[in-house]
Design a protein around this ligand. Structure first.
Ligand code: ADP
Ligand code: MG
Length: 312
C-alpha cells in the first residue's frame, strides 16, 4: 500500500474499453491498451484532444464505466478483487453536472457520505461546505444553484469520504475565474496535505502550472508520459527574436539554426538549445556586422509540445 514514498497511487495495465454498438453506430474502441502508473502525492495531468478517451479512463477508475480488459490497481487494491477498498480510495468530480435537483447541498453530502459508509461521527459536511464556499447555500435546492455552485458541490461530494486520490475531470471547463482560482487553491492545499490529484484539462497553461507529471492520450492510446519539465524540454526548440533595424544580409550561423524574417521586420532564429547556445548565435551575428538593437527569447510551451505530439 502506498505511503507517499514514491509508491504508486494508481497502476493501470493494458486497459481497454470498447463501447458496444448502439443503433447504427459501430462499436467504439475508446481505450486501446493503456499502461500508466501515477505516483502517490503527485498532481497528475491527463491531457488529450476531445474524444481521446480521458473521461472513459477516469470513469473506469471511478467505477462508473466497466472496462473491457486490463487491470486497474487503486491505492494497492485491484479493482476486480477488492472493488470496495479501491472505490473508497478515490473521489471523483465528474465532467457532467449530474445531480438530484431536489437535494440541498447539505443533503447531497450526507447522502453521498452514507453511500460511502462514512459514520455520522466522521462526517465533515460543514467543513466541506465551507471549503467550497457553499455555506450560505447549504439548504438551497440544487436546481436553484448556479452552474458554478453545482461544480463546487461536485467537488465537495468527491471529498466526503476523505479519499487518498482526488480525480477531477475538466474541472475548469467553462467556469469563471473566481471558481477556477477557488478550485486550484483547494487542489493545492489538498495536495500539500498528502492527497494525490489527477486532473484532465483543456487548458494547457493550467496543466503546465499545476501538474508535476503529464500523460497525453490520443485516439485511446498513450502517446507520452513525462515530468512536466522534461516534457517541455522535449520540444528542443527555442527562438531568438532580434531587432536588427530591418532586413540585412546574414552571416553563416551555427549548423541547426534557422533564420527567418518576420512580417514585423524582426529576425527570428529558431535553434535547438541542446546543441546551440544563444551567445553563439549572437557572436555570429555581431561578427557578421548585424546590428542588434533588441533581443527577445521565445520558449516552447506545453501547447507546442501538445500540437506536435497529437498531430495527425
Ligand atoms: P474525452 O473525455 O477525452 O473527450 P471520452 O472518453 O469522453 O473522451 O470519449 C472517447 C471516445 O469514446 C469518443 O469517441 C466518444 O464518442 C466515445 N464514447 C464515450 N462515451 C461513450 C458511450 N457511452 N457510448 C459510446 N461511445 C462513447
Ligand atoms: Mg471528457
Amino acid at each position: 500500500m502506498p505511503d507517499g514514498s514514491g509508491a504508486s497511487a494508481i497502476e493501470i495495465s493494458n486497459l481497454r474499453k470498447t463501447y458496444a454498438a448502439q443503433g447504427r453506430a459501430a462499436p467504439k474502441e475508446a481505450l486501446k491498451g493503456i499502461d500508466l502508473s501515477i505516483r502517490a502525492g503527485s498532481i497528475f495531468g491527463l491531457l488529450g484532444p476531445n474524444g481521446a478517451g480521458k473521461s472513459t479512463l477516469i470513469n473506469i477508475l471511478a467505477g462508473l464505466v466497466n472496462k473491457t480488459a486490463g487491470k486497474v490497481i487503486i491505492w494497492g487494491f485491484d479493482q476486480d478483487v477488492n472493488p470496495r477498498q479501491s472505490r473508497a480510495a478515490i473521489g471523483v468530480m465528474p465532467q457532467e453536472l449530474n445531480m438530484d435537483p431536489f437535494f440541498t447541498p447539505r443533503a447531497s453530502l450526507e447522502v453521498q457520505a452514507g453511500l460511502y459508509g462514512v459514520p455520522k461521527s466522521e462526517r465533515w459536511t460543514d467543513d466541506l461546505l465551507e471549503l467550497v464556499g457553499l455555506t450560505d447555500q447549504a439548504n438551497a435546492y440544487a436546481r436553484n444553484l448556479s452552474g458554478g455552485m453545482k461544480r463546487r458541490l461536485l467537488l465537495a461530494k468527491a471529498l466526503v469520504h476523505r479519499p487518498h486520490i482526488l480525480v477531477l475531470d475538466e474541472p475548469t471547463a467553462g467556469v469563471d475565474i473566481t471558481l477556477r482560482e477557488m478550485l486550484w487553491t483547494n487542489v493545492r492545499h489538498l495536495n500539500q496535505a498528502g492527497m494525490t490529484i489527477i486532473l484532465t484539462t483543456h487548458y494547457l497553461e493550467e496543466a503546465e502550472q499545476m501538474c508535476d507529471e503529464i500523460a497525453i492520450i490520443n485516439h485511446g492510446a498513450l502517446i507520452v508520459r513525462q515530468g512536466t519539465r522534461e516534457l517541455l524540454a522535449r520540444a528542443d526548440g527555442k527562438t531568438l527574436v532580434i531587432d536588427a533595424g530591418g532586413p540585412v544580409d546574414l552571416p553563416a550561423l551555427p549548423e541547426g539554426a534557422h533564420p527567418e524574417w518576420r512580417a514585423d521586420g524582426r529576425l527570428a532564429i529558431s535553434y535547438p538549445p541542446s546543441r546551440i547556445r544563444a551567445d553563439q548565435l549572437l557572436d555570429a551575428l555581431r561578427g557578421g556586422g548585424v546590428p542588434i538593437i533588441d533581443v527577445a527569447s521565445e520558449q516552447p510551451d506545453l501547447e507546442d509540445v501538445f500540437v506536435e505530439l497529437t498531430r495527425g
